[in-house]
Design a binder for this molecule. Structure first.
Ligand code: B12
Length: 205
């Protein structure tokens, strides 16, 4: 009798542990700081409880970095990630995108689902619009591997970006055109440009 009720309690405990993990969404998360990547240059997949604020929390847990949430009239507001706080009165601070778009509401209001990508980044505003977030597109052209630097605006619209620096297998290569072609092979590539948010690291053949 004692043994049977022990087995029942153990089974119940296992269910209670497994159910929340099963309910969590599997989400790609990256955090780009002012001067370097704070978490997840390859956008690893994390278990995220429900929303874009939880995605930051999951990354903070996985990457052991500090962040701070302030209560405001609009709701919870992330006023610091890592070393840098968003100073009151300054136009710069922490912004997030989900699947390449800046949502017009707070992070706790944006529910995420399996396969989504959440990017948190330090944004410096020079005008009304935020900085472009960079991506690398790739294709093979006449037996060569070519990389194309693309920038996405707040609404998620993509355009070619010129005057960039690619980091190709740890080697920095400037490109005025925003295109870099090299021989076929294994690569790890990312792209950066002053005033834009560096891309994730893409790797493959
Ligand atoms: C400046 C500003 C920012 C700056 C803040 C810079 C800084 N150093 O603090 C930056 C660019 C960082 C920013 C970020 C965001 N913002 Co903003 N921001 C504004 C703006 C233009 C002015 C706010 C202000 O300075 N008020 C004056 C000061 C004296 O009052 P305050 O209460 O102390 O203001 C603070 C809070 O408003 C806070 N704050 C700023 N934005 C947001 C957004 C949310 C959701 C929360 C909870 C707090 C918050 O920062 C202010 C300064 O410390 C307002 C529009 C407006 N005219 O109000 C939008 C506004 C508040 N932001 C908005 C949004 C959506 C965001 C983001 C969620 C966008 C995103 N997807 O990333 C992020 C916040 C993410 C996070 N970090 O948690 C919306 C909020 C809508 C809503 N109903 O929730 C607004 C109303 C713009 C809009 N019309 O869409 N923002």
């Amino acid at each position: 009798m004692y043994r049977r009720s022990f087995a029942f309690v153990a089974a119940l405990a296992a269910v209670l542990v497994l159910v929340p993990a099963a309910l969590a969404a599997r989400v790609h998360v990256r955090v780009e700081g002012k001067t370097q990547t704070i978490f997840g240059s390859t956008e690893p997949t994390l278990n995220v409880k429900a929303n874009a604020l939880d995605a930051l929390d999951a990354a903070s847990l996985a990457g052991e970095f500090y962040y701070h949430v302030a209560p405001t009239a609009f709701g919870p507001y992330v006023d610091q990630i890592g070393r840098y706080p968003a100073l009151p009165g300054s136009p710069n601070g922490w912004v997030f995108k989900v699947n390449g778009i800046v949502p017009p509401v707070g992070a706790d209001q944006v529910t995420v689902k399996d396969g989504d990508t959440v990017l948190w980044y330090w944004a410096t505003f020079t005008g009304a619009a935020g900085p472009l977030t960079l991506e690398v597109e790739t294709s093979s052209v006449r037996g060569k591997r070519c990389f194309f630097a693309t920038g996405r605006n707040d609404a998620g619209r993509a355009s070619r970006v010129r005057g960039v620096v690619f980091t190709l297998n740890s080697r920095r290569v400037g490109s005025r055109s925003g295109v870099l072609c090299t021989r076929l092979g294994r690569y790890a590539v990312r792209v950066a440009k002053a005033g834009a948010i560096r891309s994730r690291t893409y790797s493959g053949r």
